[in-house]
Every structure is written in structure tokens, then in C-alpha cells.
Design a protein around this ligand. Structure first.
Ligand code: PLP
Length: 384
């Protein structure tokens, strides 16, 4: 198998990084469930010494994900949080990081409760506001950490503009691309230095694995990530690597359907009399619709949120879903609904929730890839 010179996205997803197994010809990369590798003699081995350091299933996944994101190397970790930890572990006392204010709750907790213990400081700013972001950068700033679209109010940040800003000030740009997936948004092509994913979500896509990845573009970052992955050891297991590899084979197909269903449900909800507000970047009513079309040209994704009249009404609606499952997480083939104010964002103080536009009457949907008419029917019966 040889990839064409300029393979298109779906082809890259299916083939990059994977060769038939040299010992058997197995088409699919095996799960190399081993802790160590026999050496022919002292210092004579096949490039594999110990499975924290190297594992062929992990190498195949990492090569695949690096190609999918358009980066030079990827490093797979035990969770999205472990991937983010590997990046911030490089910071030193006195360093400063500018972060999207409405970042994933686990990221906020890691930065605010753990990394600050080492004398690193963080400014949480609205990175959709270029002026505010520029103002937050100081001579001590090392990283600009951006999440777009955000959870659950789906605010976008302009990656290309932020990359220019960061690089002009000697700051590295990290983009958490979990919500969009590389199928819909390509941060490295827009100037990002590092991309992270919770592979738990769209990359694996089947709600049966927890993992994370960092994709890097420059030598220094690659050197560090290789070192910290081995030194701190939060590696993704061979079985989970195999699951994510299986997931990426259908990434292009799945994202097309997630996006189509997200768009259709958003339009359906916008017409529903019981719905007071719909937030979806693919709707012309979204304040950053033009940016969404530019930055996510293949579709606005599977995440959408809507509001009903009161928090009590939101609870009643959430209790009535039949097909859609009430659960945290996102990005799987099955549609999930949640109540961010009491579930994913319960630890965010009410005043802060209000500041980012997250009302207690807001319901978040992770649109799966079921038949959209069944999803619409479930929404209609739940809204009563
Ligand atoms: C889930 C998620 C994470 C954390 O990933 P885990 O795999 O749960 O550790 C980080 N960022 C975003 C945007 C997420 O949705």
C-alpha cells in the first residue's frame, strides 16, 4: 500500500501510519500487548526496548494522528488531561499562560488547582476578543491556550489571527481541537504550534475509550513531548491505541453525518415554539457564523445547545428524552444530551456561568449519527 502524493483527508484517515504487519501480512496493525522486547544482544534490538518508551500499536496511531492533523509528530496519552499535562509540565516558575476563559472544566481545574502550585500563572480571557487577548500577553507569557468552539456556548476564536498575535510576541499557540475534530478544523494549517485532542470524543468516536493526543510541528516541542511521554509515563495502552485507529478510519464519514445532523437539529429547534434560543455555529443567527464558515468550512460539527423558558422546563425536557441518552461526554455515534449547569459545569460558580452565557435553562446536545428524523421526533416528544 502506498499513499498517493497528495492524499485527500478520508484517505489519510484510513491509511496514514499503517503498514501491513511485516511478520504476517496482517492488514490491521496488531495490538502489541507486551511490556518488553527481546534483544539479540546487548544494545542490539529492533528499535523497541520497553513498552512505556515505544510500542508499535502506539507508533502506528501516532503516525496516523500526526498525518490527520497535518503535524510532524503526535504523542498519545492516557487521557486528554494527560496530554494537556504533558504540555504544561514544560513550564517553569514565573511563566504565564493566556487561556480561553470558557475552557473545558478539567483544563481549568488542572491549571487553577495544580499547575499554579508550581508558580505558573494563568489569565483566563475571552480569546474571541483579539484586543483583550493581546492585552493579556505579558513578557512572561509562554503559551496561548485556545479552545474553539467552546463548551457549551460554542463561542469561536479566530485561530489564524491568534497565531499571528502569539508569534509576534514570541508565544506558542496551543489549540484544543476536540470539539471540531481535524475533519472540520485544521489549526496547524492556520498557524498553531501544538494541537491537543481528547481522543475520547470524535477521534475514537464510539464512546468506548479514554485517551488524548498532542500533535506537534517544531523540533523543540517534539523533543520535549517524546521526553515527557516517557519520563512521566502517562501513555495510551496498546488496546486503546488500536481502538482509536479503528475510530479514525471512519472519521471523515462520521463527521459528515455528525455535522449534517447537528445542522438539521439546530434548524429544527430554531423553528420550535418552546425553544427560546439555539446556539450552533452553522446557523446564520450565530454571532460568529462568518468565522465558522471560514474556519470550519466542511461543517459546523455535532455540538449544539438550546434554551427553553425556565430551568424547571429544562429539567422536565431532559427527563423525557427516550432515544437521546442523558450523559456527560460527547463525540460518539449515539446522541447524548446534558444539562451543563448541573452536570459538566456544576463546579463553575453561577456568576461565572452567567458571564459566559451559560444559563440554567440551557441543554447541550452531542448529535450522534442516528437517522435524523428519529432524533427530531425524540426532541419533539421531549419538548412536548
Ligand atoms: C473531554 C475534553 C477534554 C479532556 O479529555 P479527557 O479525555 O476526558 O481527559 C479536554 N478538552 C475538551 C474540549 C474536552 O471535551
Amino acid at each position: 500500500m502506498k499513499l498517493p502524493d497528495n492524499p485527500r483527508f478520508a484517505t489519510v484517515c484510513i491509511h496514514a501510519g499503517q503498514e501491513p504487519d511485516p511478520s504476517t501480512g496482517a492488514l490491521i496493525t496488531p495490538i502489541f500487548q507486551t511490556s518488553t522486547y527481546v534483544q539479540e544482544g546487548i544494545g542490539r534490538h529492533k528499535g523497541y526496548e520497553y513498552a512505556r518508551t515505544q510500542n508499535p500499536t502506539r507508533s502506528a496511531l501516532e503516525a496516523n494522528l500526526a498525518a490527520i492533523e497535518g503535524g510532524r509528530a503526535a504523542f498519545a496519552f492516557a487521557s486528554g488531561m494527560a496530554a494537556i499535562t504533558a504540555i504544561v509540565a514544560r513550564l517553569r516558575t514565573g511563566d504565564h499562560v493566556v487561556v480561553t476563559d470558557n475552557t473545558y472544566g478539567g483544563t481549568f481545574r488542572l491549571f487553577d488547582r495544580v499547575v499554579t502550585r508550581y508558580g505558573v500563572t494563568f489569565s483566563f480571557v475571552d480569546t474571541s476578543d483579539l484586543v483583550a487577548t493581546a492585552r493579556a500577553i505579558t513578557p512572561a507569557t509562554r503559551l496561548l491556550f485556545v479552545e474553539t468552539p467552546t463548551n457549551p456556548v460554542l463561542r469561536l476564536s479566530d485561530i489564524r489571527t491568534l497565531a499571528d498575535l502569539a508569534h509576534g510576541r514570541g508565544v506558542g499557540l496551543v489549540v484544543d481541537n476536540t470539539f471540531a475534530s481535524p475533519c472540520l478544523q485544521r489549526p496547524i494549517a492556520l498557524g498553531a504550534d501544538l494541537v491537543i485532542h481528547s481522543t475520547t470524543k470524535y477521534l475514537n468516536g464510539h464512546s468506548d475509550s479514554v485517551g488524548g493526543v498532542v500533535i506537534a510541528t517544531n523540533d523543540e516541542d517534539i523533543e520535549w513531548l517524546k521526553f515527557i511521554q516517557n519520563s512521566a509515563g502517562a501513555i495510551l495502552s496498546p488496546f486503546d491505541c488500536w481502538l482509536v485507529l479503528r475510530g479514525t478510519k471512519t472519521l471523515a464519514l462520521r463527521m459528515a453525518q455528525h455535522s449534517a445532523n447537528g445542522q438539521a437539529l439546530a434548524e429544527h429547534l430554531e423553528r420550535h415554539p418552546k425553544v427560546t434560543r439555539v446556539i450552533y455555529p452553522g446557523l446564520p443567527s450565530h454571532p460568529q457564523h462568518a468565522l465558522a464558515r471560514r474556519q470550519m468550512p466542511a461543517g459546523a460539527g455535532g455540538m449544539l445547545s438550546f434554551e427553553v423558558a425556565t430551568p424547571d422546563e429544562a429539567r422536565r425536557v431532559l427527563a423525557r428524552f427516550r432515544l437521546m441518552a442523558l450523559a456527560e461526554s460527547l463525540g460518539g455515534v449515539e446522541t447524548l444530551v446534558c444539562h451543563p449547569a448541573t452536570m459538566t459545569h456544576a463546579s463553575v460558580p453561577p456568576a461565572r456561568r452567567q458571564a459566559i452565557g451559560l444559563s440554567d435553562a440551557l441543554i447541550r446536545i452531542s448529535a450522534g449519527i442516528e437517522d435524523v428524523d428519529d432524533l427530531k421526533a425524540d426532541l419533539d416528544q421531549a419538548l412536548g
